[in-house]
Every structure is written in C-alpha cells, then in structure tokens.
Design a protein around this ligand. Structure first.
Ligand code: KG4
Ligand code: ZN
Length: 347
C-alpha cells in the first residue's frame, strides 16, 4: 500500500468541560472506539460545573479512559498516527489535563500533535457520516458554554458570524432547570418535562436583537422564568414547590419553545444570507428532539434542496470522536502543533 493510501488512525482527547473522553477514529470517519467518563454525578448537587472538581476528576480519569479507548480499538501506539486534543475554548484548568496528556503521548510515542478547537469539533460531529458535503454551509453550535453561528467553507474554514452576548443556550436550559428544581444537567430534564407541557401556556420573550442581528441573548428569558416563579420584585417565595407537575411542564415547554424559536429563526437568517446549501447542527443542545425537528422543518420550508446535517445523538454532547475526526483534516493539511501548545479559555 502506498504511504498516502494508508489509513490514518488518530487518538483524540477531550477534557474541555465535564467529560473526560478519548477516541480512536480512522480516516476521520470510522469510529474504532469512543470512551466518555461523565462527571454529571459530581456536579449535580451544585446545579452546574465546578471547575476545580472537573479538573481533579479529569486527572483521575484521563489515564484509564485513554487505556480503555486503545483497548476497545485493539490499537497500540504503533497503530496511532497522531494525537489530537481539544485545547480551546473551555475551562482552562480542565483543558490543561487533556493538553498535558496529549503532549506527553506525542513526546513519548514520537507522534505528531494536533490542536483542535472544541466548537469546530462539535460541528464535525454533524459532518461525520456525510460523504458528499455541499458547501457553503451555515453551522449552529449550541452547547453549555457557547451558542455560535458560523459560515463554513470547509471543515477547517469556519467564520464566526454570530454568538451569544450573554448566556449560552445550554446554560439557559441548566439555569431554568435549577429554578424549576429539575435535575442537572438541565437540558434533558427540561426536554422530558416539556413533553407533558403546553408550549403556548406562557409567552416568554424571544430576544432577536434587531432584524439584522445574528447574535443571541438568552439571559432575558431566564430572568423572565425567574420572575414568573418568584414575582417581579423577587420578594416572593419560589412558587415552584407549590406548583403542580402540569404547571412545571407548561413552564418548561414554553421556555423550550421560545429558545428553539430564536435558534431556528437566526439559523434561517444566516442560511439565507449565505445562500447555504447545507445547515449543520451540533453541541449538547442539538440532542434536543424538538430543536432537531424545528430546524428540519424550517430547512424544508425555506429551500427544499437545503440539507440539514445534525450530529448523531451520542456525539452531540462532549466526546472525543469529534476531536479525532476533525484532526484528520488537519493531518491531511499538515497542520500540526508543537509541545508549546497551551490551553485557551476562549476560541
Ligand atoms: O456540548 P456540551 O456537552 O458541553 C459544552 O461544550 O458545553 O453541552 C452540554 C449542554 C448542557 O447545558 C446541557 O443541559 C445541554 O447541553 N443539553 C441539552 C440536551 N442535552 C444536553 N439541552 C437541551 N435538550 C437536551 N436534550
Ligand atoms: Zn462541548
């Protein structure tokens, strides 16, 4: 087999927030193994991610997760062509664990190192199974830490065209779940509660930030839910304890509908502006079935040939398959990092 036809096996590492993950992916598409150690149980009682706890848990789990990933793939160091790691954006003290592990393996095994942007990787999840990607695309990443719209000319050419000016969509789900005393993480809990609720029960605000804007704002709706539960002056008791299950479900469904409405309209606005052939959807909130259905419906209605690609559900929330998959494109383009690589909070 000629050198250029040899399959490329990449070990991906992900520690940007509260999942310790590793994966081996061949040629950017064939998932040979994927291991995710979730920290949800550790952060549950705080209603959100505590960075110090996340970092400590990554340190404990990094080595066993990498070992298990290699075992599952039936691979050893000789089968691996490069080590890829998400080095931005995220919690610096969480990212540093993955970055240090990747740099160590790169040095010890003498393999090239590839730095990956976590948000771009989320979008790669949506392209994972597509063999004939039509470009340009418009890409929406909706996660716990970010809400971003990109214009995408290739998996490596992403131009940021819109972002949240305050809370991320996932963060709003988590905070509203907290107000409603639903379990953490809030997204899946709100989605479950919303199934039994009426999305038109309460008219929560939909912040569009003007007719041209591609930016997002979700802090207003979170505050609106808070006022709804505690009164405008915030002096009242949180009424949630005395609410019926139906009332909670109605709030969850109305909140979810408002957030989805904004996400769908802004994505459509961006797709029209770029005349996008494809819409990509990734990130933890993309696991939400109502959002997936609403974006699909909007795409079909707008331009029937515009294709929606959504990340498979198991690759919506943080994982390392998306890291190893995107790294394949950087490997092919010869875009390598060196041992001076550092984690970066922003990106
Ligand atoms: O992408 P991700 O795993 O981590 C970050 O990069 O932030 O996203 C986690 C976020 C959390 O805020 C979680 O509540 C949200 O994704 N999420 C959901 C659903 N599943 C996870 N939000 C709405 N509906 C869901 N089904
Ligand atoms: Zn993420």
């Amino acid at each position: 087999m000629k050198e250029r036809d040899k399959p490329v096996n990449i070990l991906g590492i992900e520690t940007s927030c509260d999942e310790t993950a590793a994966a081996v992916v061949t040629d950017g598409r064939i998932v040979r193994s994927s291991v995710v150690a979730s920290q949800n149980k550790l952060h549950e009682k705080y209603g959100g991610v505590v960075p110090e706890i996340a970092s400590r848990a990554h340190i404990e789990k990094m080595y066993p997760v990498i070992t298990e990933t290699l075992e599952q793939a039936g691979a050893d160091k000789d089968d691996i062509d490069a080590i890829a790691v998400a080095n931005q954006p995220g919690l610096t003290i969480a990212l540093i664990v993955g970055v240090t592990a990747a740099k160590t393996l790169s040095l010890a095994w003498d393999k090239p190192l590839i730095a990956i942007n976590h948000l771009h990787a989320h979008l790669q999840s949506a392209m994972l199974t597509e063999e004939n990607l039509q470009l340009p695309a418009v890409a929406l990443v909706v996660s716990g830490g970010h809400t971003c719209l990109y214009e995408c000319q290739s998996p490596l050419e992403l131009k940021l065209v819109g972002a949240t000016i305050d809370d991320a969509a996932g963060e709003a789900f988590d905070k509203v779940a907290n107000i409603l005393k639903l379990p953490y993480p809030g997204g899946p809990a709100i989605e479950r509660a919303a199934k039994k609720g009426n999305p038109n029960a309460i008219k929560f605000p939909r912040s569009m930030l003007g007719p041209e804007s591609l930016d997002f704002s979700f802090s207003g709706i979170k505050t609106a839910v808070l006022y709804y539960c505690r009164g405008q002056d915030m002096k009242g008791e949180n009424k949630v304890d005395s609410m019926s299950e139906q009332e909670i479900s109605d709030i969850a469904a109305s909140f979810q509908a408002a957030v989805i409405d904004v996400l769908v309209k802004k994505t459509r606005r961006a797709a029209e502006r770029t005349d996008a052939k494809t819409v990509l959807l990734g990130g933890g909130v993309a696991a939400n079935m109502q959002l997936r259905a609403a974006i699909q419906q909007s795409c079909n209605k707008a331009v029937p040939t515009r294709k929606l690609l959504v990340a498979p559900k198991q690759y919506c929330t943080d994982n390392a398959v998306m890291v190893a998959s995107l790294a394949y494109h950087k490997f092919k383009a010869g875009l390598f990092a060196d041992l001076t690589l550092e984690p970066k909070a922003t990106g």
